[in-house]
Design a protein around this ligand. Structure first.
Ligand SMILES: Cc1cc2nc3c(=O)[nH]c(=O)nc-3n(C[C@H](O)[C@H](O)[C@H](O)COP(=O)(O)OP(=O)(O)OC[C@H]3O[C@@H](n4cnc5c(N)ncnc54)[C@H](O)[C@@H]3O)c2cc1C
Length: 414
């Protein structure tokens, strides 16, 4: 934290483009937001020898969320950042991705995960409780001397003075750095203030999420798998977390009533009314949670660039995605290693480094976002189209179905 006079002296004249080169070598990169993307960015910067200061509005991190799937493109990065070893004992490691018809209960496909996907992509597919992932990132961040973390810092205004960026918080404090990477989520204030983004658009669906003890899992459907159940009205995904002791469940349905945050409590009826026609063991599973929280699903219009001077967007702030490819958090991890490498490659010119980062990431993120939207349509197909989908899934060799996602999971930083 800096006081006002320190802040003024740290801000060089706006018209001196070289002045950034004369900043103390220790001037940090500012990272706004201590979520998955922000913490991963700080760790990726540290790996490149770059100091950072993470500014997070929450006063403390409370356990939140339910499950997150981490494809090999995500676990590879977690290993590079020294996070995988902390998460490993808590991660679920499913053998298969089991797709079923939610109404009949019939198997549509059992696609290989486990050893198959680990050998194919050189890193495993894991599933985890979001708090365990966040906790593992945070533990690494707290142990890293090149990272400092400022909690209870809610950014309100950003000044890019050409050589330095200063972030002011709602209490009037200011923090300055050589560049600002804004990982402040889908409701990013940075995006709203600094970029010409359009308004959020409600996707018309909400995801209800719950976690239950593994012992509550109906025996007929208990297996070491990520299971996805498809129906026109809703789909359900569940998988083991917390080292197999708990099961995370996501239930996605049309919803006329969007909520504003990601933890609005909803009644059991929100789920069970829609699931009335579902196969019996699935209905029993959906009856188990005592508490469901919903997250309304939103999209934002794509931006032409995520970089402006010494400011760049990252993660959901740059490219929020619907969760139907399970890649939102993983994309933020990919962004993190790319932006860190770009800043390391151009230490004298943060603005061009951020611009190169944006250029390197835009096509990839756009493709993933589009594929997730397409998956959502496929999951909720009805009538003859659903029959065609089911037939295709049943007839296609499972490994071939899975290999369609090689472009997602096989991603590497360079
Ligand atoms: C139902 C559902 C299921 C999902 N499942 C998966 C999955 O299986 N796999 C996957 O990879 N992704 C998944 N995602 C997506 C994933 O959760 C997000 O993409 C990911 O959390 C984005 O990380 P982020 O760091 O960009 O943003 P966030 O996690 O939203 O973090 C933003 C941070 O910025 C802070 N902040 C916000 N404003 C300010 C401010 N003004 N000042 C200071 N700090 C601020 C917030 O407090 C927060 O800590 C899912 C999403 C949903 C909705």
């Amino acid at each position: 934290m800096t006081n006002d006079s320190e802040e003024r002296s740290a801000v060089p004249p706006a018209n001196n483009r070289d002045v950034g080169n004369r900043l103390p070598r220790t001037a940090p990169v500012l990272v706004l937001g201590g979520g998955i993307g922000g913490l991963a960015t700080a760790l990726a910067l540290a790996r490149q020898g770059i100091a950072s200061r993470v500014l997070e509005r929450r006063a403390e991190f409370e356990p939140e969320g339910a499950g997150i799937q981490l494809g090999p493109n995500g676990t590879r990065i977690l290993a590079e950042l020294g996070v995988a070893e902390k998460l490993e004992p808590l991660a679920g490691k499913p053998d298969t991705l089991h797709a079923r018809d939610a109404v009949s209960g019939a198997t549509l496909a059992r696609m290989p995960l486990g050893r198959w996907i680990a050998e194919r992509h050189g890193a495993p597919y894991w599933v985890a409780h979001r708090s365990d992932l966040h906790g593992a990132l945070l533990a690494r961040v707290r142990a890293e001397p090149l990272i400092s973390l400022e909690l209870d810092f809610e950014a309100r205004r950003i000044d890019d003075a050409g050589g330095t960026v200063t972030v002011h918080d709602v209490q009037g404090r200011g923090e300055s750095g050589t560049a600002l990477i804004a990982a402040d989520g889908i409701r990013s204030r940075t995006r709203e203030d600094q970029f010409d983004g359009g308004p959020m658009r409600y996707a018309g669906k909400s995801a209800a999420r719950a976690v239950i003890p593994a012992s509550d899992m109906p025996a007929e459907i208990a297996e070491n798998a990520t299971q996805i159940w498809l129906s026109p009205r809703a789909h359900v995904v569940h998988y083991p977390v917390r080292g197999g002791r708990e099961v995370a469940i996501v239930f996605v349905r049309r919803d006329p009533l969007p909520s504003d945050d990601w933890s609005t409590e909803v009644s059991q009826g929100f789920v069970t009314d829609t699931a009335r026609t579902f196969a019996e063991p699935l209905r029993r599973l959906l009856d188990r949670p005592g508490l469901w929280r919903k997250w309304a699903l939103y999209e934002l219009p794509p931006l032409a660039t995520w970089a402006k001077g010494r400011i760049a967007l990252l993660g959901d702030a740059a490219h929020p995605t619907l969760p139907f490819l399970a890649q939102g958090g993983v994309l933020a991890l990919e962004d993190a290693v790319v932006v860190a490498a770009s800043l390391a490659a151009r230490p004298q010119d943060p603005a061009s480094a951020l611009s190169a980062y944006s250029a390197a990431r835009l096509d990839r993120a756009t493709r993933v976002v589009a594929e997730a939207r397409r998956n959502g349509r496929i999951y909720h197909l009805d009538g003859v189209m659903a029959m065609a989908r089911n037939a295709t899934m049943k007839l296609t060799p499972p490994a071939l179905l899975m290999s369609r996602y090689d472009w997602v999971y096989g991603w590497r930083a360079s």
